[in-house]
Design a protein around this ligand. Sequence first.
Ligand SMILES: C[S@@+](CC[C@H](N)C(=O)[O-])C[C@H]1O[C@@H](n2cnc3c(N)ncnc32)[C@H](O)[C@@H]1O
Length: 281
Amino acid sequence: MTTAELLRRGVDLLKSLPDCEPFLEARILLRRAAGLTDLDVFAYPERPVSSSVSRRFLRAAEERSRRRPQAYILGEKEFWSIPMTVSPAVLIPRPETELLVEQALAFLTSAEPLIIEIGTGSGCIAVALAKELPGACIYATDISRRALAVARANAFRHGAPNVRFFAGDLFGALRGLVMEGRADLVVSNPPYVSAKEWAGLAPEVRDYEPRRALVPGPTGLEMIRRIARGAGRFLKPGGRILLEFGAGQEVAVLRLFGSGWKNPATVDDLSGRPRVLSASR
Ligand SMILES: C[S@@+](CC[C@H](N)C(=O)[O-])C[C@H]1O[C@@H](n2cnc3c(N)ncnc32)[C@H](O)[C@@H]1O
């Protein structure tokens, strides 16, 4: 089979998938399966492809046709222009979450800030901040030890020795570290999808991404409520919390930060949707 014929077979497998650009996705899978560049694909479409490459590519395209997310097939997703290793143990980093990194960098002025991240997953936020702020000391936590193994791998892969990882339920992960009153920033993209919303999500998300990374409880606000109650004692005076939340949660989230916090406000993402809560100690 030639490169062009194989690509066509891939496009055929993917063309009925909703929210999928079949040519683009097939090309990405082919590049990975065959170790080709776009130049190889476009300039030499008549070149024959070995049977092992064909098998590898068609297996990947079939997996994708069963709605498995491309990032899990490739084992990688870019975040903050950094290729993050991902596995089904972690949420696939979303481009919208880069707003948390942007806001954190805009707020932090000290060269050696102390940052706590709750629910680090793949470690994408912690690693992005660590790369931008080599003098920072970052404590990244997660309840999932399997997720923390992926996060550690990303910190190692991208040379971020200034991130330390701790397992546990929210701030319980920091027990014994005497962190109270010391952090400049608490940052989190917590699970915030309600059980009802989760049932209606695309199969790529509902059937493949870890439910615990998405759903904190029936209403979707359970984790944010706990963070609003628990984060304050870890911040130094003037320290800040930055938290991603879901569509339609703006009023409820502002209310949760209405007492015990200063200047609660939301920040819109590029599409104009309020996405990040910011509040000070
Ligand atoms: C929405 S994901 C965010 C992952 C990553 N920070 C990102 O932005 O892509 C939420 C993360 O919180 C973790 N998590 C869920 N419940 C938790 C809890 N009670 N304590 C700590 N982490 C928790 C999940 O395992 C998951 O990795």
